[in-house]
Ligand binder design. Sequence first.
Ligand SMILES: [Zn+2]
Length: 393
Amino acid sequence: MAPALVLRDGRVWDGVSAEARPADVVCADGLVREVAEPGTARAGADDISVDLAGATVLPGLVDSHVHLVWDGSTDPVAHVAQDGEQLTAVRAAEHARAYLPAGITTVRDLGGDWDIAITLAAAVDRGHLDGPAIVAAGQTVIMTGGHDPFWGIPCDGPDAVVRGVRGQVAKGAGVIKTAATGGVYGRSHGEEVGASELTYEELAALAGEAHRRGRRVAAHALGEDGVRNAVRAGIDTVEHGVFLAEDVVEEMVRRGTVLCPTAEVYRRMADGRAPGYAVRKAREVVEAHRRSVALAIEAGVAVIAGTDAGAPGMAHPSLVDEITTLRDYGLSPLQALKAATSAAADALGMPGAGRVRPGSPADLVLVDGDPFADPGLLRSPWGVVRRQSLRWT
Ligand SMILES: [Zn+2]
């Protein structure tokens, strides 16, 4: 059995409470075993004991929307096409390795070429790759000619989408990603922001089958009707959520549908860090997006932090930028940190994760100072614990 890890005299934020409090944290068997009064945790002779001298302990961070095969350049799709499957896989592994030093211990990968992200998830699980836990969608279930066709499986009609879901589950997908509308970067022609794609009937069949197989559904949705279709169909997380209508926001609150805004990426693309057609579309939506997110926050929709890292202008990792932008769009400092920890873990179907409580995974971040006052501290944590093993960064 691995020695226990005893972190003494930290200030522990549990991922949920309003503030951090002085405590010792004991990790054993890959889990947080105990959060004890400061100075009271006992370490055995073989255990690893670290004096934190008042440093802050947080749950490992969660980025709920990444694309590991993409490199965050101006046109990542072109790079994948140029490099082909094998080199793209190696680059994706390199992107995955960048997350732990940044304190990000879980990512949800919402779409990629071939089965690379699913393979990386298994590689991390089995200890072949030193990276965050990866909840991977792999290929996406879309309509013929739908958003992100380069990695989409074209499925038309309820039977076809059910087949699409089953195919992804068979490959090992941890989540199902679909597209309810067109998008900004997707492709240069024939795809419009706001235009609905899979129908309500198709989305309902998709969500039903995914849930029956124990998988959550993330729907790319930026368009009033498309978001409404997705929410009514019972999908779990709305990705992007531009053009949210008031009735839809209310329905999201009623159903517990979660919003993953990916707020920062639209600002980056609108800044010019994308191909011309995407810059133009991003500029058209960026203000509407801000209003949509503010409307959702006001109504009490659960919001989680996802960056779209890998997409144009978004390097791996970019989570602190998203946390900052979500605060800018109306989340309180506490809500913004929950969006990247406990709220995210709940939305991903990992209850108990994203917390520092007995029984939580021993995935932790150690920083000096108060991340509520300054989330920028999370850019350079001085220590990261992943599956109970502590690394100095
Ligand atoms: Zn995305």
